[in-house]
Write a protein that binds this ligand. Structure first.
Ligand code: NDP
Ligand SMILES: O=C1O[C@H](COP(=O)(O)O)[C@@H](O)[C@H](O)[C@H]1O
Length: 582
């Protein structure tokens, strides 16, 4: 299947083949909004049928039904197309089976099944697809459907024909109980998959939604006993990808015993978030930002993640990892790489991932002095007692695992030399947010300095990219307060998504699942990126553990340890989220 998307305000294309490249993009109209793409069929085999959706036209007209190999054709989009247009070049002859391994688990219920349903509802899944749940729990197909329907609390809930669509979706959902290390059980799954595939080209996606200690067993069995014989087989792997450089490299080596790198889709769901996707658009398609994107104008950059709840229910997993591995080494570092990378040669996955690796490899490994850790303690507010991290029964009473960390990182390259990149991540804080804050330098020789009082830092521009909640991009500027005097204030140029766009924002898992089905790797982590990411954090993680560094305790629901402010102050930085006009 090949898809591309277009809209009146942005234009882009995503062209992928099924198995091998069915389509080759020759030219794209240069006029935004783009309206035309020219393709030629590359695969020298049988003719392909073309299905076009959303009023997309194909020319020449005779290609409408059957396309012959080597035929050039062009596709015209309606000017205002905002939806994804879907081509299915071999729709009658191929099918996609998505097996959720660990289907009885938390992530499967909370994210994966709802995302699959949303994709189905939006018409983004191929004509022929099947969803299989696989886990050890005993369940029938009907029981899986009940479980899925009960947990399909997703953005689609209130939409037209939701119930009807849900019933249709559930008819495509099946379950096979089995052990994760049993080739025999995976062979049984293979047999069932074959029945549903009905002799078509069989593409198979396995989503490993299981604890990391059983990844390799499951990959081994899936690849040896349930790989597709005539289509592609891909595996989505959930984090954690190891605990440090060594264990991550060992995991990669083991995965590569059974899979090629291009079959492995390492998911970092923050890369699927709308505002993170938009980061490159903001930087590379607006003349006003890219020239400012360097040490010359940027004073510091902050990546902030906060949750207003603790590890509830996931303490067992969390205690072995801690907040640095859970959030910083992956989600925040991935955003940092996209933020700081050089302009990629193109929007192709490999070009983008090459630039991300380069910037990660230009970074200094984090030093112990540049980290502050914290752990939440019990706190009573309004008569309600909020638990300490160690109150979780799955967490040892003497655990030193950080639930909060702040860190200062540096990129030793020409663009970013000396600019502090600060990260802060914590659970059980006073609010929930994820954002990027870019604080600009002072205006040299500012004529209005005297209007700002003594604290010039408060008067510098700040660009905030709020990833969640209430997605927004806003720029703090200085402005004259209307009137006869000369009083200045700080105001926001504010792009609040909910006010600007009526369209709801898809969940990150929808985008990533669709990309994995289409073979688009841009938003997945390549193994060299992972190595580079681990080498930045592994030394400090080891020191924290070996030296048994005691975290600073902070009350549940507070703003976190004071130490994070001292760390920022050492680099002349003030956390943007602490300001009153945030
Ligand atoms: N939950 C979340 O919000 C997030 C999870 N992740 C990652 O996604 C993956 C899945 O997470 P989640 O759904 O929370 O995990 P769960 O702990 O819910 O496990 C998923 C399923 O795996 C099976 N399982 C659990 N423990 C074991 C075990 N020790 N041995 C064998 N099988 C076991 C169980 O199925 P059964 O007993 O039926 O076989 C369970 O339903 C993990 O790698 C996690 O780190 C990543 C980001 C967020
Ligand atoms: O990967 C993880 O992410 C969640 C936060 O994800 P969000 O999309 O809800 O912001 C976090 O709670 C969890 O600890 C971590 O493993």
């Amino acid at each position: 299947m090949a898809t591309f998307s277009s809209s009146s305000s942005a234009y882009s294309s995503r062209i992928n083949g099924t198995g091998s490249n069915w389509l080759h993009q020759n030219t794209t109209s240069k006029q935004p909004p783009f309206t035309k793409l020219n393709f030629s069929l590359q695969q020298s085999s049988t003719s392909k049928a073309v299905q076009l959706q959303h009023g997309v036209k194909v020319s020449p007209a005779k290609t409408e039904g059957i396309l012959k190999d080597g035929v050039n054709f062009s596709v015209t989009l309606p000017q205002q197309t905002t939806d994804i247009a879907t081509f299915d070049l071999n729709k009658e002859s191929s099918t996609v089976s998505i097996t959720v391994v660990g289907a009885s688990g938390d992530l499967a219920k909370k994210k994966i099944f709802p995302a699959l349903f949303a994709l189905y509802y939006e018409g983004c899944l191929p004509k022929h697809f099947t969803v299989f749940g696989y886990a050890r729990s005993k369940m029938t197909d009907a029981e899986l459907r009940t479980m899925v329907s009960k947990t399909l609390t997703c953005r689609i809930d209130k939409r037209e024909n939701c119930d009807e669509k849900m019933d249709q979706f559930l008819e495509r959902c099946f379950y096979h109980p089995g052990q994760y290390d049993s080739e025999e059980n995976f062979l049984e799954l293979d047999k069932k998959l074959k029945v549903h595939e009905g002799g078509r080209v069989a593409n198979r996606l396995f989503y490993l939604s299981i604890p990391p200690n059983i990844f390799i067993d499951a990959v081994k069995c899936a690849s040896t006993s349930a790989s597709s014989a005539n289509g592609w087989t891909r595996v989505i792997v959930e984090k954690p990808f190891g605990r440090d450089s060594e264990s991550s490299a060992a995991l990669t080596r083991s995965l590569k015993q059974y899979l090629d790198e291009d079959q492995i889709f390492r998911i970092d769901h923050y890369l699927g978030k709308e505002l993170v996707e938009n980061l490159s658009v903001l930087r590379f398609s607006n003349l006003i930002f890219e020239p400012l994107w360097s040490r010359q104008y940027i004073r510091n950059v902050q990546f902030i993640f906060a949750e207003d709840f603790g590890t509830e229910g996931r303490g067992g997993y969390f205690d072995n990892y801690g907040i640095i591995r859970d959030i910083m080494q992956n989600h925040l570092l991935q955003i940092l790489a996209l933020f700081a990378m050089e302009t990629p040669v193109s929007l192709d996955a490999e070009d983008i991932r090459n630039e991300k690796v380069k910037v990660l490899r230009s970074m200094r490994p984090l030093r112990l002095d540049d980290v502050v850790t914290g752990q939440y303690k019990s706190h009573t507010r309004g008569g309600v007692k909020y638990p300490a991290y160690t109150d979780d029964k799955t967490v040892p009473n003497d655990s030193l695992t950080p639930t909060f960390a702040a860190a200062a990182l540096f990129i030793d390259n020409a663009r970013w030399d000396g600019v502090p990149f600060l990260m802060k991540a914590g659970k059980a804080l006073h609010d929930r947010r994820a954002e990027i804050r870019v604080q600009f330098r002072h205006v040299p020789g500012n004529l209005y300095n005297k209007n700002f009082g003594t604290d010039l830092d408060l008067a510098t521009n700040e660009l905030v990219i709020r990833v969640q909640p209430d997605e927004a991009i806003y720029l703090k500027i200085n402005n004259k307060v209307p009137g006869l005097g000369m009083r200045l204030d700080r105001s926001n140029l504010n792009l609040l998504y909910a006010a600007r766009y009526s369209k709801e924002i898809p969940d990150a898992y929808e985008r990533l699942l669709l990309d994995a089905i289409e073979g688009e790797r841009r938003l997945f982590i390549r193994s060299d990126e992972l190595d580079a990411a681990w080498s930045l954090f592994t030394p400090v993680l080891k020191q924290l553990e070996e030296k048994k560094i005691v975290p600073e305790y902070y009350p549940y629901g507070s703003r976190g340890p004071v130490g994070s402010h001292y760390l920022a102050a050492r680099y002349n930085v003030r956390w943007g989220d602490a300001a009153s006009d945030q």
